[in-house]
Design a protein around this ligand. Sequence first.
Ligand SMILES: Cc1cc2nc3c(=O)[nH]c(=O)nc-3n(C[C@H](O)[C@H](O)[C@H](O)COP(=O)(O)OP(=O)(O)OC[C@H]3O[C@@H](n4cnc5c(N)ncnc54)[C@H](O)[C@@H]3O)c2cc1C
Length: 445
Amino acid sequence: MQLQTPHGSLSSRHVAVIGAGASGLVAARELTREGHRVAVFEKDEQVGGMWAYTPRVEPDPLGLDPSRPIVHTSLYQSLRTNLPRESMGFFDYPFLTREDPRRFPGHREVLLYLQDFAREFGVQEMVRLGHEVVSVELVGEEEDDSITSKGKWQVKCKNRNNEFVEEFFDAVVVCSGHHTQPRIAEFPGYKVWPGKQIHSHNYRTPEPFRNKVVIMIGSSSSAADLSIEISEVAKEVHMASRAVPHDKYEKQPGYSNLWLHSMIKSAHEDGSVVFQNGRIIHPDIILHCTGYNFHFPFLKTNGILTVDDNRVGPLYKHSFPFPTFESQSKWVAAVLSGRVVLPSSADMMEDVNTHYSTLEASGIPKHYTHKLLSANDYNSWLAAQCQCPCFEEWRKQMFIEVSKNWHIRPRTYHDEWEDDDLVLQAHQDFSRYTSRGLCNGSLSE
Ligand SMILES: Cc1cc2nc3c(=O)[nH]c(=O)nc-3n(C[C@H](O)[C@H](O)[C@H](O)COP(=O)(O)OP(=O)(O)OC[C@H]3O[C@@H](n4cnc5c(N)ncnc54)[C@H](O)[C@@H]3O)c2cc1C
């Protein structure tokens, strides 16, 4: 179908969105705004994705068994956002108070915000809950390398009655999340070590760690957050990280039972664990806070798209914090309508290969291929492509201030900060949308 708009004749396409988390919801909104017809497939019985917390965990605590029943969320009970609400919300739908007025609220507050967003913009009606996509495949001929070629995407899904249904689409936008499939640390002996090993995906509360000797592997924000609550109940906590020099062994200031080590050298059948710094301990539990693997079991692309050590390729401009999802969604919607014209396949491959070479030259490992090294540059590029406003100055500045604050006050950054001037600027900006009645929630916090 062709649409007549101020930009000329745009195409309206039939688009499947897989997943109704933050990225799927905003993708559906932007695709619809651009004039596309959208169906959102969601395997869960509610929208919100990762933010739909459940105390349930998977039966295989390391997540190695491919046939295990999957629990999507990786959130733990006490989780508060690691970004302030001002910078987490979508551009014209600020993240205002629902139930939890804190600047860094608990997870339920984010779920309520996403549910309101879905209702407010009519996305809820597009979502087919209880529909798990099991296969996505390009069928029919591709005549050329343009987006308008004849191929159709066949999407097969299993509904809540275990019936299989299939439908054809012009395009598929994958928003299935990438914080569900555990990536574990494979140190020598990890398979024979007899103690309990868990990935943070299956962590909910510190209770199982009470009075235990614990090794936590990783140095991400999850590892830092969890070490605080685990050290309050555990006998000893030993944090091991690749980022720590080989000979390091240091008691952490402000704690009586928390030590920082270099990485594990080996683990043994007698229960001992040896660190690269030479220390030997006998822990009860090893908790892997080592991140996640990209996993798209439903994609059948005959090798056109591959996932190798977390490099999804070839992927032009990484199309996969909420405002970035929003900018990406605007760009995808504009590409599908023809408002933004993609370069030729050869030029896009060259761009992808240049990105790989730059990473290699800087010594950045392959599994960080899609980590945004310069989020500001990336967002400015997306905004220029779609001719939409770039990130506001206060938002850019707030990312910097929040990150600084996290380093200065790792234990209290949720409740102490010094960027109130930026919060004020954010709220002045938000009043443009609240006065148009565009957002639920209260601006009173
Ligand atoms: C512990 C933790 C803390 C975090 N804290 C923050 C934070 O404070 N601030 C922040 O901005 N971000 C945070 N994040 C990142 C968070 O993942 C993103 O904010 C966001 O939720 C990702 O949204 P998404 O839509 O891409 O994926 P998800 O929220 O994971 O949603 C994906 C959806 O796809 C569905 N799905 C998957 N496969 C299929 C299928 N085959 N068929 C149908 N449906 C399918 C899932 O059921 C799910 O609903 C955190 C992540 C983790 C793991």
